[in-house]
Design a protein around this ligand. Structure first.
Ligand code: C2E
Ligand code: MG
Ligand code: MG
Ligand code: MG
Length: 284
């Protein structure tokens, strides 16, 4: 760099941009192929109701089966979001999740909830409501089984139009959650106006529990705040029994984390529901 002439800097800069742009195009093309070749898969992670210590549903988490390895969404969702491909991927995710929720209900496994992540770009897309409506109709799922997880960024982008979209989703019978609560910049005044069902407290707060009095105070207060607003609370990233005990003491409604369930293929979730259903019948 120190050797670069002012004139050369420009060239070097161009080449770098060119490469990263090419990388992105290449990656995007691979994602399009992945959609066509069914290389995407949903993993499911159990949502555990603290009141009765039972799984009340699952969060659907996207995976990309690339050869023998499972690629985490952290590596490809940001690019899909940037290029807009997330809209197509997200439509596939929603359809897949609704189909699975319906299959569980049809199999007599109760009406487990399936939580689906919605990206900011998807949420603000003009066709979003129509896509959701079509998906509900075509899959025949009970909308009450589906909970859409929306980020603070999504709704704060254009708060007024977000409120209208959220109301329309609620009218379709869907449940609505704010994901990763506490990491964005949702203002408390909007929280009051958004028609939500749930706050999901981000993992970064949960994994500090018990180690830091201020962190504990924040989590406890968020739970209280949510309950005062008539919302339920899920704590994500619960890994230890100690964390769960604290959350239970503060009346957190649902815990999600490696302590009870790791994300895995749908068959594992089905088995978990079967075991739970069998146990209930045995008790009755
Ligand atoms: P998220 O929605 O907050 O999902 C929870 C993440 O925390 C998941 O990571 C899950 O595997 C992880 N997790 C759950 N419990 C624990 C725990 O006890 N310990 C630790 N260390 N981690 C835990 P994952 O599956 O890698 O997903 C990362 C993010 O990617 C998600 O965060 C979500 O924002 C996004 N994502 C996943 N699937 C989709 C999708 O279908 N559509 C969109 N738009 N985003 C998705
Ligand atoms: Mg989520
Ligand atoms: Mg989350
Ligand atoms: Mg999170």
């Amino acid at each position: 760099q120190t050797h670069a002439e002012p004139g050369n800097t420009h060239v070097v800069y161009d080449v770098r941009i060119g490469e990263s742009h090419r990388d992105k195009l290449h990656m995007e093309a691979r994602m399009v192929k992945a959609l066509e070749h069914r290389e995407f898969e949903l993993f499911y992670q159990g949502l555990r109701d603290v009141r009765d210590d039972r799984f009340c549903g699952f969060e659907a988490l996207l995976r990309w089966r690339d050869g023998s390895k499972m690629v985490s969404p952290a590596t490809f969702i940001p690019l899909a979001e940037e290029t807009g491909l997330i809209v197509r991927i997200g439509t596939w995710v929603l359809r897949q999740a609704c189909t699975q929720a319906k299959a569980w209900a049809d199999a007599g496994l109760g009406s487990p909830k399936v939580a689906v992540n919605i990206s900011p770009r998807q949420f603000s897309h003009p066709d979003f409501l129509a896509t959701v409506r079509d998906t509900l109709r075509e899959t025949g799922v009970n909308p009450a089984q589906i909970e859409l997880e929306i980020t603070e960024t999504s709704v704060m982008n254009d708060a007024e139009s977000s409120i209208a979209v959220l109301h329309a989703l609620r009218e379709m019978g869907l449940q609505l959650a704010i994901d990763d609560f506490g990491t964005g910049y949702a203002s408390l005044s909007y929280l009051r106006r958004f028609p939500l069902n749930r706050l999901k407290i981000d993992r970064s707060f949960v994994n500090q529990l018990g180690s830091d009095g201020n962190g504990d105070a924040i989590v406890r207060t968020v739970i209280e705040l949510a309950h005062c607003l008539g919302l339920s609370v899920t704590a994500e990233g619960v890994e230890t029994a100690d964390q769960e005990a604290l959350l239970r003491g503060w009346s957190c409604d649902v815990v999600q984390g490696f302590l009870h369930s790791r994300p895995g293929p749908a068959e594992g979730a089905t088995q978990l529901l079967r075991d739970q259903t069998a146990l209930t019948s045995a008790l009755i």
